[in-house]
Design a protein. Structure first.
Length: 242
């Protein structure tokens, strides 16, 4: 059975309250890529905003990296935001040209992500936002932990809340309890206007390798995802009580 909007807002609320993510008067920028995860997050937060006991505002920001996102996809993104009663902002950049054409990066994801975050932070500050919400779901947390273990020998993962000292912004990841399969079902149930990722590196990343590794390992270790997520939560609890 597909996740519905009520279930999504319940999972978002659990995470937001557990990690004290929202304070009165917060203006939260949602990084909107046009993919299923960010559309799901925006719709969930827009619905939650209507009854959450702490008032907050939302702004949707799409960082156009210059990779050729179709105009129709951008129009659908803007229409979707209007339907959620969330202002839509497009930030045009030359990130694609810099990363792929000028520097010809062999491993482009790190630099591209850094530049996209910089553009998103700048836009959020210009709109008077206090926080930025990213659409990392439960599987992203699990895969990040595994990537750090396999590649760098570190038992680490990005936290639910990150304070950015240079900008004063806080980064929120409210989809900690939302599984990717539920996002997929939600996307189909509500016919979200998902835009195809124009990046040439899409689907050929180290993260995708780890995703496939975890999936293949379930034959020998049926509870591998649950065990990894328990490790993620323990990390966060240790940080909270440090």
């Amino acid at each position: 059975m597909s996740m519905d909007l009520q279930r999504l807002t319940s999972l978002l609320r659990q995470c937001i309250q557990r990690y004290d993510m929202i304070q009165p008067g917060d203006r939260i920028a949602v990084g909107l890529s046009g993919g299923k995860d960010s559309l799901c997050l925006l719709m969930g937060l827009a619905a939650l905003r209507r009854f959450y006991p702490i008032p907050f505002e939302l702004q949707a920001i799409h960082v156009d990296v210059g990779a050729g996102m179709p105009e129709e996809a951008l129009r659908q993104m803007a229409d979707f935001c209007q339907a959620q009663q969330v202002p839509f902002h497009q930030v045009k950049t030359q990130i694609y040209q810099i990363v792929f054409e000028e520097r010809k990066e062999k491993n482009p994801c790190s630099l591209c992500a850094k530049m996209r975050k910089g553009a998103l932070n700048e836009a959020a500050l210009s709109l008077g936002c206090t926080k930025i919400a990213y659409a990392h779901h439960k599987d992203d947390f699990i895969e990040t932990l595994m990537m750090n273990l396999l590649q760098e020998g570190r038992c680490e993962c990005f936290p639910p809340v990150t304070q950015l000292d240079k900008t004063g912004l806080a980064v929120l990841r409210p989809m900690l309890y939302v599984e990717e399969r539920d996002v997929i079902g939600f996307t189909r149930k509500y016919a979200l206007p998902v835009a195809k990722n124009p990046c040439p590196a899409d689907g050929a990343t180290r993260r995708e390798d780890v995703k496939q590794f975890i999936r293949a390992s379930r034959a020998q270790f049926p509870n591998i995802r649950e065990s990894l997520f328990s490790a993620v939560e323990r990390l966060f609890e240790e940080d909270r009580h440090a």
